[in-house]
Design a protein around this ligand. Structure first.
Ligand code: MSP
Length: 661
């Protein structure tokens, strides 16, 4: 049977700073849905990318003395590295600076103009530069500031093109209230009341005050302003109005656009209006989720922001607990539509309870018992008990419940459904008490049945979990003796798929238990430090002081490059000043290899007697040189500090000649 297409998209991200765990949410969520659909046999197109134009990028690039393209290239590389690290299986990555996208946007803009939906006028309004948004008075917050970032707005006036919104108001209201386009529904009502009922305002779609954007072909002083450029990505990436791809007929309309609440207005109102004007079919679903927030000192929820120093670094979390544990945590915490407060305590307790104690322990106990009682391979004898049926029914129900939840893009719900089966499996172990069966020769067939049911239940559960935790589940399959075909989706609706004489393989612990107190203390310390640094930067900026310079590292090296440097412990046997030099000392070293002489520029900071008898670090394979006519065979390690040069001394217990690595 030909596969059915399924098209899912994330927003395209602004590469205006390093990505954080908040950015990961939508992408990990879409990745899980994409993987689940692939497992169900769909032909999936999963799109993500970056939204690279605009004044903010132009300004940031200027601050760093690079071109906007050079600036975005650097950050896009970090985004891509993060997606690789988080195991994001996107099929296509669009950059709005890609030539084909630029070409399509120019054609889209012209088509809207030719149809009379875009006209030239003058814009005068309240503008928020960081958010690149004009706001009407009624939209400003209670302090007259930007309703999104709450920073002051400025009055901006310029010639601009506008997109007529009013012709679409009625259709959009119906779309939001009478169809299941937007989920959750509460958000649809909010949008209609706030934006459609008061009268849809025309949208400013070009700018003349900055250059970093897609030029309007028929009026070169203008660049296309943000949303026509950004939103179009969902169709240009398929080849709409360009020849780079030819997937539009296959994948459009999109099955799911997933975005966070701050950009729902653009996706729920402006995007449908644009598509209506272009006479392009509307996407099927728009799923809105909340933010991952952090608590401020005063207890209020704040969006993560670099300037507040409250961002959580996904690379750091992944290194500590594993990428799958982090994916699981953010997916399990966020309910569609609502915010989810990030907390180190909740994360660690969740990983311990659900993954280490719940699922991980289920797998390791089951495999260990199969190993202990049957040497790893189950016998074919069976003895069923009515007790088995409820356990099996709960596992099978997890499949249909997870499917239904996924259909409604409720990932938290899907995970909850699957974990009902994990809990039921652990309860089944308590009910059947395999350790007692193991003591009774007469009960071997019953014991084999219990363990087989557990292994086959784990097969179903782990297959269901694999879209959410793709790194770990293949390890589970290896441990429970499941082949690739045993975990195919079609085989999840029945028990009895693993071979009768299945062989298990004890393996590594899937999710190590985390030491709660120690980790929370360390994580909270990292957060405290970040917030203090951000606060210091802010105060410096307020006082007009230049921010401390960012540390520039030398170009990256590989471990092989590093291995070329031989560092050894050496002891200073004798030392004297080099004649006619204020800076140089000549040291005689015991290096454990017959001794050598090294000249070092530390005479301003050390006298010979400070050094004699002490152990230090020697770069032992440096090419010999002559300094002021004196032979120097190597170099000693020292640190540059605000108080001058400091030699790195080595603990006296470390033997001379020891290699440092
Ligand atoms: N470039 C626009 C999107 C254009 S889509 C046609 C944009 N980019 S963004 O990088 O600022 O944000 C991208 C997405 O990440 C948004 O949905 C935004 O809400 C989301 N998130 C940013 N921080 C977040 C959290 N702390 N939590 C959850 N999502 C967050 O908007």
């Amino acid at each position: 049977m030909p596969k059915k297409p399924f098209y899912i998209t994330t927003p395209i991200y602004y590469p205006s700073g390093d990505p954080h765990i908040g950015h990961c949410y939508t992408t990990v969520a879409c990745d899980s849905i994409a993987r689940y659909r692939r497992m169900q046999g769909y032909d999936v197109m999963f799109l993500t990318g970056t939204d690279e134009h605009g004044q903010k990028i132009e300004e940031k690039a200027a601050e760093q003395g690079v071109t906007p393209k050079e600036y975005v290239d650097g950050i896009v590389a970090i985004f891509k590295r993060l997606w690789e690290y988080m195991n994001i299986s996107y099929d296509r990555y669009i950059r709005t600076t890609d030539d084909y996208h630029v070409e399509s946007v120019q054609k889209i803009f012209k088509a809207l103009y030719d149809k009379g939906y875009i006209y030239k006028g003058e814009y005068s309004g309240k503008y928020c530069t960081p958010c690149e948004s004009f706001w009407t008075d009624s939209q400003l917050d209670e302090n007259g500031c930007c309703p999104e970032c709450h920073r002051p707005v400025t009055i901006a006036k310029e010639e601009a093109y506008f997109f007529k919104m009013s012709p679409f108001a009625e259709r959009i209201e119906k779309l939001l209230l009478e169809t299941d386009y937007l989920q959750p529904k509460t958000r649809a009502i909010e949008l209609v009341n706030n934006f459609i009922k008061p009268g849809l305002e025309d949208l400013c779609v070009s700018r003349t005050t900055f250059k970093w954007g897609i030029p309007v072909t028929f009026d070169p002083g203008h660049v296309v302003y943000v949303w026509i450029d950004a939103l179009s990505n969902y169709i240009t990436a398929l080849g709409y109005e360009n020849s780079a791809y030819s997937d539009f007929d296959r994948y459009w309309p999109a099955d799911v656009h997933m975005v966070a609440k701050d950009i729902m207005r653009f996706h729920a109102i402006i995007w449908p209006a644009m598509l209506m004007a272009l006479e392009v079919p509307l996407p099927k679903h728009l799923a809105i989720h909340g933010w991952i927030t952090m608590q401020s000192k005063s207890g209020e929820s704040q969006k993560m922001s670099k300037s507040l120093g409250n961002v959580v670094d996904p690379f750091m979390l992944g290194q500590r607990y594993g990428v799958d544990a982090i994916r699981y945590h953010i997916l399990r915490e966020m309910a569609l539509g609502a915010d989810s407060a990030f907390s180190n305590e909740i994360m660690i307790n969740r990983i311990n309870s659900d993954l280490a104690n719940g699922f991980g322990n289920l797998v390791s106990r089951t495999v260990a018992m199969a190993d202990k009682y049957f040497g790893g391979t189950l016998p074919a004898d069976r003895e069923a008990d009515p007790l088995d049926e409820d356990f099996k029914a709960v596992c099978l129900r997890a499949v249909s419940e997870a499917d239904t939840e996924l259909d409604g893009t409720r990932i938290k719900g899907a995970l909850e459904a699957i974990f009902k089966a994990v809990d039921r499996a652990n309860k089944y172990i308590d009910e059947t008490e395999p350790w007692k069966l193991g003591k009774d020769e007469q009960k071997r067939a019953r014991l084999a049945t219990v363990l087989y049911n557990l292994l086959d239940g784990i097969r179903i559960i782990s297959a269901l979990l694999s879209p959410f935790m793709p790194n770990t589940m293949p390890k589970v399959w290896e441990q429970i003796g499941a082949s690739e075909s045993d975990v195919e989706y079609e085989k999840l609706s029945s028990f009895g798929v693993l071979p009768e004489n299945v062989t298990v393989h004890k393996g590594e612990i899937l999710f190590p238990r985390i030491d709660v107190d120690k980790e929370i203390e360390e994580l909270n310390e990292i957060l405290r430090k970040n917030m203090a640094e951000a606060q210091a930067k802010l105060s410096a900026a307020e006082k007009g002081e230049a921010p401390a310079e960012e540390t520039e590292l030398a170009p990256e090296i590989t471990i092989d490059d590093f291995a070329k440097v031989e560092i050894r412990v050496a002891k200073v046997i004798a030392c004297e000043k080099v004649k006619k030099s204020d800076k140089l000392l000549c040291l005689q070293l015991d290096d454990g290899m017959g001794g050598r002489q090294v000249v070092s520029g530390i005479a301003e900071y050390y006298s010979p007697e400070d050094l004699i008898g002490r152990k230090l670090q020697l770069i032992a394979n440096l090419k010999p040189v002559k300094l002021r006519g004196v032979d120097s065979n190597g170099m000693i390690c020292a640190a540059d500090t605000p108080d001058g040069v400091k030699v790195i001394f080595v603990d006296d217990s470390i033997p001379v000649g020891s290699k440092i690595r």
